[in-house]
Design a protein around this ligand. Structure first.
Ligand SMILES: [Zn+2]
Length: 233
């Protein structure tokens, strides 16, 4: 068998393997398994973001408490106001101070309202993340089994084809097969094609006449541009 015949036979069997792999990849079971897995991979990241949000809300609450305590402190001065006024203190000064405290209290109230809505929003997001995570965990478990069943159902078929490939590979040039397999790992297929109008059938590059002369006698050459293999009948 010529190198070309070996390679073409190999590619034909490999194509059958690829078709089965694609069929498996296109199943709903695999898609659902992958989507659940992706969600779960991202869930910890999302949870961390929520944790950071909770931490920042906690800090805001602490800062509001400090502001409130400072105001309460300044209000305590007012308990002695009667005595102070009797001693001739300026009432208008305390009036101004009371007004300022009242304004600051309004500010604190607004900040508390903001904080409450931020806490509510965070709680809602947390509850939704929890629910989604539980659903994804359930889906992951369920579809891991279903996907694995599908793979299992095609395993014997794939195994037989792999054995055929191995047998064909033994007859050919190991260097060429190493290159072929490298391409296959890049999800490229087909890898061997027939010269078309003196060009590479894959990338269309013009093949120098000198190179074309190597194509006689069922030999295979590698395209300089896309590095796939070209033959001529
Ligand atoms: Zn090419």
């Amino acid at each position: 068998m010529s190198e070309l015949e070996i390679m073409l036979q190999y590619q034909e069997v490999d194509g059958k393997i690829r078709a089965i792999e694609q069929e498996i990849a296109a199943t709903e079971e695999r898609k659902k398994f992958i989507s659940a897995r992706k969600f779960l991979e991202k869930a910890s990241e999302k949870l961390e973001l929520l944790d950071n949000r909770a931490l920042s809300l906690e800090r805001s609450a602490a800062s509001l408490t400090r502001k409130y305590l400072e105001l309460a402190d300044s209000l305590s001065e007012f308990s002695a106001l009667d005595d102070l006024v009797e001693q001739g203190a300026d009432v208008s000064f305390y009036k101004k101070q009371a007004l300022s405290i009242s304004e600051q209290l309004k500010g604190i109230k607004a900040e508390i309202n903001q904080l409450i809505s931020a806490i509510n929003a965070a709680q809602k997001d947390y509850a939704s993340l929890k629910q989604q995570t539980l659903a994804a965990q359930k889906q992951f478990k369920e579809y891991k089994i279903k996907y694995s069943d599908i793979k299992e159902s095609r395993a014997a078929e794939l195994d037989a084809l792999q054995r055929q490939l191995a047998a064909i590979e033994k007859k050919g040039n190991p260097e060429v097969f190493a290159k072929y397999k490298a391409k296959r790992r890049e999800h490229i297929f087909p890898i061997i094609g027939e010269l078309r109008e003196n060009r590479c059938p894959f990338c269309g590059m013009d093949l120098p006449i000198a190179l074309q002369s190597h194509l006689s006698d069922g030999r295979v050459i590698e395209c300089d541009s896309c590095h796939r293999f070209i033959y001529k009948k």
